[in-house]
Design a protein around this ligand. Structure first.
Ligand code: PLP
Ligand code: COI
Length: 355
């Protein structure tokens, strides 16, 4: 692999107060960039001062959303060391998204070197306050400057990072979720299983509508039957119904969440039965009605494990777990964050120490 060339920023920004971080707003001093050109492959990996990109106005990414991204975090342990959580899983998923979007595959070691090189340089930005971390956003964009609808031959993979606290202003308090019955996010054969900007653009209208009514995010239903639960805007979902854990299966339109994967493993370690299958909204509201819907939560890198306290759809509203965090949700949160911040043993070797 070519050596990463580092150009340091001439002046460094003041670090923000870690108790007042707004998700995704405080970008650090540097970023990683590597170019790809068909025929040449990946070249010129570099870390440069953080700043605006110069992009041709005809670049495909600006018109046809030729873009994919990832999200992972660097955590500071009580001993002051820094560690990543399952970064190779993110890179594998990035390459799956790349295959769907006709973007080039990036070698795992190059994608990872961009992340670790940048985080090491920005190590003073990794906050140490309880519940905070450095959010890492790798992304890939198609840059060919021509308006024909074709895949790009010139592409960049870029990594930016920012210190973050809780994703939801509520913190670990239960969030209210609206079951979206009008717009759909994805269909099988579409791009739902890829982490690509267009999916999120398509979600904005429903998200705005839900927010105006006091809901944090929407819960998407499948695009064909408009009946089966898929996922929340930035999280996969799980339900505890009559002692069993239910979560939608990966049917091609749901993102294969790394937090989802980790939670399923932990739940199985603890002896829970986890059913990955189709779950209709009727089944869910029925379970709420007969008192067997015991807990509901979302899982995601940004949101971690986030309790759901209320589900609403049309005129119907149900409260889950008395709008309190339930015991399984709390145990998952404690164990997952315990592993991520290095407070607990890591039996599945998910953590990658940086130093
Ligand atoms: N689903 C969607 C649509 C997301 O954007 C995310 C966030 O990355 C997730 C699920 C959770 O995935 P992960 O746990 O890998 O962060
Ligand atoms: C993440 O959890 O990393 C995400 O990508 C969610 C994001 C859409 C805010």
């Amino acid at each position: 692999m070519e050596e990463i060339k580092i150009t340091r920023a001439p002046t460094l920004k003041p670090k923000p107060d870690s108790s007042k971080l707004v998700f995704g707003k405080n970008m650090t001093d540097h970023m990683f960039i590597v170019d790809y050109d068909a025929g040449q492959g990946w070249h010129d990996p570099r870390i440069v001062p953080y700043g605006p990109l110069q992009i041709d106005p005809a670049a495909k990414v600006l018109h046809y959303a030729e873009e994919i991204f990832e999200g992972l975090k660097a955590y500071r342990t009580a001993q002051g060391k820094i560690q990543l959580f399952r970064p190779r899983d993110n890179i594998a998923r990035l390459n799956n998204s790349a295959a769907r979007l006709c973007l080039p595959q990036i070698p795992e070691e190059l994608a990872l070197a961009g992340i670790t090189g940048l985080v090491k340089l920005e190590r003073d930005w990794v906050p140490s306050e309880e519940g905070t971390s450095l959010y890492i956003r790798p992304f890939m964009i198609g840059l060919d400057a021509a308006l024909g609808v074709h895949s790009s031959k010139h592409v960049q993979y870029i990594v930016v990072v920012c210190p973050v606290g809780a994703y939801y202003p509520e913190g670990l308090a239960p969030v209210k979720i609206y079951v979206e019955d009008e717009d759909v996010r994805a269909v099988k054969g579409g791009t739902g299983m890829a982490k690509t900007g267009g999916n999120y653009a398509a979600s904005l209208r429903a998200g705005d509508r839900a927010e105006k009514q006091g809901y944090s995010q929407v819960l998407w239903l499948d695009g064909v039957h408009r009946k089966y639960i898929e996922e929340v805007g930035a999280m996969n979902v799980m339900f505890k119904v009559g002692g069993t854990i239910l979560t939608p299966d990966l049917n091609g339109s749901v993102l294969d969440g790394i937090t989802r994967r980790s939670c399923i493993q932990l739940l199985q370690d603890w002896g829970y039965e986890v059913e990955q299958r189709r779950i209709s909204y009727e089944e869910l509201f029925q379970a709420a009605g007969d008192g067997t819907l015991e807990e509901a939560w979302g899982t995601g890198t940004a949101a971690v494990v986030s309790p759901i306290g209320e589900l609403a759809m049309g005129g119907k509203k149900v409260t889950v777990s008395h709008n309190q965090i339930g015991p399984v949700t709390q145990k998952l949160y404690d164990n997952l964050t315990g592993i991520q911040w290095g407070r607990l043993a890591d039996p599945h070797h998910w953590v990658m120490p940086l130093d």
